[in-house]
Design a protein around this ligand. Structure first.
Ligand code: ZN
Length: 253
C-alpha cells in the first residue's frame, strides 16, 4: 500500500514508525499489519539505517511508502554529519559497515530526510522538540519538562530511545510517565509520545513497535508486531555484525 496525504478536513489517521535500523523483516511485517489500519499517511521518525543488515532495502521501502521522513542521528552519521565518536562501539561498528554497503541512491534519499514535520495538529521529530538536532534523550519526567516548555503544539511524537513511553502534562503543569498502549487525548492536556522502535525494541519486548494517531477521534494506539527475528539475526551474522546487537533483538533490550 502506498500512502499519500489525503487530508479530508475531518482529521487523518497517521501511521508512525521510528528506528527501523536496517531491519527489513520487521519493517515488512509492520507495513503488512498497517494494511488493516486504513491510514491516510505514513511517517518515519528517523534512523532508517544503523545497526541492522539491510539498510538499502529499508531506505527504499520507506521512500516508496512514506508520506514524510524525518532525519535521525544514525541517518545523519551515515552522511558523515553527526559525529560517530558519540556512538557506543557496537553502533559505531555497525554504522562503519553500513557506510561501505549503502549505495548512492539510498544515500541521496537519506540526505533528503527532514528535521521535523508538522501535521494534523502534531509535531513529529526524531529525538525531542527542544534542540532536536542535538539528539536529546527523553527518559523521564524531568527531561520531558524541558521539552514541553520548548514545544508550541500540544502533541509531539518521537522515537530515538527505542522505548515506547507516554509523557502527559496536566493543566496544573504536572507531568506523568506511562507505557499506556491506548491514549485518549484530553483537550487541555499536552503529550509527548514515544512510538518505540520497529527494528530494535529496547523495552524487553522483541516485537516491532509502531503507533497510529487518529486526529479526528483524538486517539493514539501503540501496536506491537511480531516478526522473524532469527532471519534478521542470520543476516547480521552473515555480515559479521556485533554479537551484542544480534542477541539484543531476541530479548528486546
Ligand atoms: Zn535509533
Amino acid at each position: 500500500m502506498v500512502y499519500s496525504i489525503n487530508y479530508r478536513g475531518k482529521g487523518m489517521r497517521i501511521a508512525i514508525l521510528s528506528d527501523v535500523h536496517g531491519n527489513l523483516e520487521a519493517l515488512q511485517q509492520v507495513l503488512r499489519a498497517l494494511e488493516q489500519e486504513r491510514c491516510d499517511a505514513l511517517l518515519s521518525l528517523g534512523d532508517v539505517v544503523g545497526y541492522g543488515p539491510l539498510p538499502n532495502e529499508c531506505v527504499r521501502l520507506i521512500a516508496a511508502q512514506a508520506s514524510g521522513v524525518i532525519l535521525g542521528n544514525h541517518d545523519d552519521a551515515l552522511l558523515g554529519r553527526s559525529d560517530i565518536r558519540d556512538f557506543n562501539s557496537y553502533a559505531r561498528q555497525a554504522l562503519r559497515w553500513q557506510t561501505t554497503v549503502v549505495d548512492e541512491a539510498a544515500r541521496a534519499a537519506v540526505s533528503a530526510y527532514q528535521p521535523f514535520i508538522e501535521m494534523a495538529g502534531a509535531l513529529f521529530v526524531h529525538a525531542g522538540p527542544r534542540a532536536p538536532m542535538d539528539w536529546p534523550y527523553i527518559l523521564n519526567t524531568y527531561d520531558a519538562r524541558l521539552h514541553f516548555a520548548a514545544m508550541k503544539s500540544d502533541l509531539c511524537f518521537i522515537g530515538h530511545t527505542h522505548q515506547g513511553l507516554v509523557f502527559e502534562q496536566m493543566p496544573d503543569q504536572s507531568i506523568t510517565q506511562t507505557t499506556t498502549v491506548r491514549i485518549e487525548l484530553a483537550a487541555d492536556h499536552r503529550y509527548i509520545i514515544n512510538v518505540g522502535s520497529v527494528g530494535q525494541p529496547r523495552d524487553n519486548n522483541p516485537d516491532a513497535s509502531m503507533a497510529v494517531y487518529d486526529s479526528a477521534e483524538r486517539v493514539v494506539e501503540i501496536h506491537r508486531v511480531g516478526y522473524d527475528v532469527g532471519r534478521t539475526q542470520q543476516l547480521m551474522r552473515d555480515n559479521y555484525l556485533p554479537e551484542f546487537l544480534i542477541m539484543r533483538l531476541q530479548f528486546g533490550h
